[in-house]
Design a protein around this ligand. Sequence first.
Ligand SMILES: Cc1cc2nc3c(=O)[nH]c(=O)nc-3n(C[C@H](O)[C@H](O)[C@H](O)COP(=O)(O)OP(=O)(O)OC[C@H]3O[C@@H](n4cnc5c(N)ncnc54)[C@H](O)[C@@H]3O)c2cc1C
Length: 414
Amino acid sequence: MDNGSARPIVHPMTYDVLIGGGGLTGTALAIALSQSGLSVALADPRPATERGAQGFDGRSYALSVGSRNLLRALGLWEALADTAGPILDIRISDGRVGEGPSPLTLHFDHTEIEEGPMGHMVEDRHLRPALLDALGDVTVIEAGVTAQTEADDRIDALLSNGDTVSVRVLIACDGKTSGIAKRAGIRRTGWEYGQAALVAAIEHEQPHNGVAHQFFMPEGPLAILPLAGNRSSIVWTEKRDRARALTDLDDNAYLDLLRPRFGDFLGEIALSGKRFTYPLGLSIANRFAAPRVALVGDAAHAVHPIAGQGLNAGLKDVAALAEVLIDARRRGEDIGRVDVLQRYEQWRRFDVTALAVATDGFNRLFSNDNPLLRAARDLGLAAVQRLPGLRRTFIREAAGLTGDRPKLLQGQRP
Ligand SMILES: Cc1cc2nc3c(=O)[nH]c(=O)nc-3n(C[C@H](O)[C@H](O)[C@H](O)COP(=O)(O)OP(=O)(O)OC[C@H]3O[C@@H](n4cnc5c(N)ncnc54)[C@H](O)[C@@H]3O)c2cc1C
């Protein structure tokens, strides 16, 4: 018997859905689909223990009311609520280093809407482990998706560990350089901003009272966002070279440069934890669906964080795609058929394009020291301040309370 040439026949693992990418959107989608009875595998080359560890990512997210509703519907919000900081007030002003904010400030107050806080600040170190812990019946595979072959009734994904997974639909949650999207022939539109965001948590003497500040400096905006307790998250945007130089500074030198930008309205400030730097760019996929492939989160759209909406948009994708797939399954349709996936694309396309145009435009208008533009935007802020109806519209939009909202964003199971 010649055992040397005998090869075991390896059958591919089969599931309804394979999600490529176990970031925040990939895990949230895996939970939503699995809770509704679909069989789900989730593949990511980075081990879950590494992704869920403290200090993995320094971001804190301004989650909209809609995103909070989704976390509540998935059974995650109760455990996160104590660690979240409610956003009660947003103040936006033009500023220059050492001068403090311009007197023309735009002010959004949560009492202008009925739903309570306009959103909550949630730290990545709490959100990511909460999502990973809730994966339940999802099969977690520690490998990347490296290739995919589409057939009439399925798509086969080859993983970096040599396994093949055969599914009805492959969902790309693999971030803004999505290999799954590229291999599906989906091109992207976008550019680098030549900016980077310096992110850190700051402790301060005085309470922030739930107020979020956005100071527009010529180099880029500085956001000061209220975390639980006397702490705030800062997103300090600078030109790329300068950001690199600031990243290389020690903590004391860094704080010396931050203080004149931050101001003294919260008393003395100190760093709380590590500092992080994220390069900024825009990258929008030209399509969100291809035969047996759908794109979600940054794989579909990575935008400037100026409005704190990237993850909110990603969680809206999660809610819309989960609803489309679960409805299709109930009707007995093949969930990977292109016309099913196009329902998802149609639902999300306009919203995402509007977000990309708005964030790109705000960044260009506000990261600028041209005196004419500065005067125009100060007048613009003052005009919006005087129009309560318009202010309310902005608040409802940022809180994720407008448009055709998927059920999960309304706190209901699809
Ligand atoms: C400074 C900053 C501040 C922000 N603040 C906010 C905010 O306040 N509010 C808000 O809503 N949004 C905010 N955002 C946006 C938000 O962080 C992102 O939109 C969100 O984290 C994207 O998550 P994701 O899961 O889609 O992608 P990613 O986080 O990029 O995850 C992609 C995953 O795919 C995996 N992967 C890569 N290649 C493969 C492969 N071949 N196969 C399988 N897996 C693979 C990676 O390991 C990773 O785990 C901010 C962004 C920045 C930069």
